[in-house]
Design a binder for this molecule. Structure first.
Ligand code: KG4
Ligand code: ZN
Length: 400
């Protein structure tokens, strides 16, 4: 199956084109444009700005994606009715209808079977850009649309071992039942997976997501957004120099008797610890060593919590493999801790290039969906809506 995929759920605009069957996949193209530099000055993602950026960057990025693939030779004739439909679909995305129609009028139709698009969870204004684009491409090229759950996308990223390869590669074999630890800026979930498409959320954060905690603690330490990589750098330095934290942090919910997480208490403890140091030392600024020590203790607290709860989930549910995905899966401490921990089933960790948001994982999830539920290949995609809080346990495509 040949799929073009679209991801616009947050601050990455991304497209991929793959050819996949039950045993192997070829990545023909994969483009990711991150808006991080734009959102950094706000200390987080600013939705209306993100939406505008997606709309502006979509056509140049699709163009780049299709340039890397073999296109047909004839430019399809797009009827006035379809042109009007596209203009209406994209009416709220400034400049996008004009740019897309101009592009479509000179581009041969790619050889694809369907368009896969993220429709939730995420920021609804930005999800809509991708959805309306998918509906427009579907109308222009007469191809169906597969709506994809972004978190199923993160899980599906595990299928690829070499995201940089342009030749056919085998799909990673995943042993079921599997337990997924999904750790990103918006989610922290333990998901029991009986088989593809059969997901139960058995644990989740009751407050901040793990990535969000990294971002908030980074802010307290005066580090830029996104905070995960910054904290990780300082923590690694602290371990190399054997720098200890000026204070200890809690490992919340370890004895809660369930598989849920809480990270906001760690963040509050960091804030109080920093304030106490400032008062005791009559200073407005922490030293670099103090920042390194705190980063190390914070990273240890988060990783230990994730590891302990994952281990308990395995004990309770009996998983044959562990799948770790999402932005925080790029964390080297997390990776080494899971790899070194004995007594756990084999832990597969998403390739670093696929831990953040990307359209390759959406294409893979689109294919998986097409296999376990062909009714999700929508010849008429008009029903698809953005669902900001879409859960992995539900298959709805509309808000209600
Ligand atoms: O999956 P993702 O790219 O976007 C969401 O869907 O949320 O995750 C982004 C999150 C951010 O909070 C970022 O700080 C965190 O992943 N992150 C990390 C690392 N790299 C990114 N957290 C810890 N260590 C890292 N190396
Ligand atoms: Zn994500």
């Amino acid at each position: 199956m040949k799929l073009l995929s679209i991801e616009t759920s947050c601050d990455e605009t991304s497209f991929a084109l793959i050819d996949i069957d039950g045993s192997s996949v070829t990545i023909h193209a994969h483009e990711i444009l991150s808006q991080i530099d734009i959102h950094r000055e706000y200390g987080g993602v600013f939705p209306s700005l993100a939406k505008r950026e997606h709309a502006q960057n979509a056509v140049p990025l699709i163009k780049k994606t299709l340039e890397k693939t073999a296109l047909g030779t004839s430019v399809p004739d797009i009827s006035q009715t379809v042109q009007n439909q596209i203009t209406e679909l994209l009416a709220r995305e400034t400049g996008l209808a004009e740019a897309l129609l101009a592009f479509l009028s000179k581009t041969p139709k790619p050889n694809i079977d369907a368009v896969a698009v993220t429709h939730g969870p995420g920021l609804e204004p930005t999800l809509w850009v991708g959805i309306n684009l998918a509906k427009s491409l579907s109308a222009a090229w007469q191809v169906p649309v597969i709506p994809v759950n972004h978190m199923e996308g993160h899980i599906s990223s595990l299928l690829i071992e070499d995201p940089a390869s342009a030749t056919a590669q085998p799909l990673r074999k995943i042993e079921f039942p599997a337990l997924a630890l999904l750790v990103s800026g918006g989610h922290t979930e333990l998901v029991f997976i009986k088989a593809w498409g059969d997901y139960s959320i058995i644990g989740q954060t009751v407050d901040d997501a793990a990535g969000e905690a990294f971002d908030k603690v980074a802010r307290l330490l005066g580090l830029p957004y996104p905070g995960g990589p910054e904290i990780s750098k300082l923590a690694t330095q602290a371990r190399e120099d054997d720098t200890a934290s000026p204070f200890a942090l809690p490992r919340p919910m370890l004895n809660s008797g369930d598989l849920n997480f809480s990270f906001s208490g760690i963040k509050t403890a960091v804030r109080n610890g920093i304030e106490n140091i400032k008062i005791a030392e009559s200073t407005a600024e922490l030293t670099d060593k103090q920042k390194q020590g705190i980063s190390r203790e914070f990273e240890d607290a988060v990783v230990e919590t994730l590891l302990t709860k994952t281990e308990r989930a395995c004990d309770a549910y009996g998983a044959s493999s562990i799948l770790i995905a999402g932005g925080v899966a790029a964390n080297t401490r997390l990776i080494s801790s899971f790899k070194a921990h004995s007594g756990l089933p084999e832990a597969h960790i998403a390739s670093r290039a696929l831990t953040g948001d990307n359209a390759l994982m959406i294409a893979l999830a689109g294919w998986i969906r097409s296999q376990y539920d062909p009714s999700l290949i929508l010849q008429d995609p008009s029903q698809i809506q953005a669902i900001g809080n879409l859960s992995l346990e539900e298959k709805r495509i509309k808000k209600d």
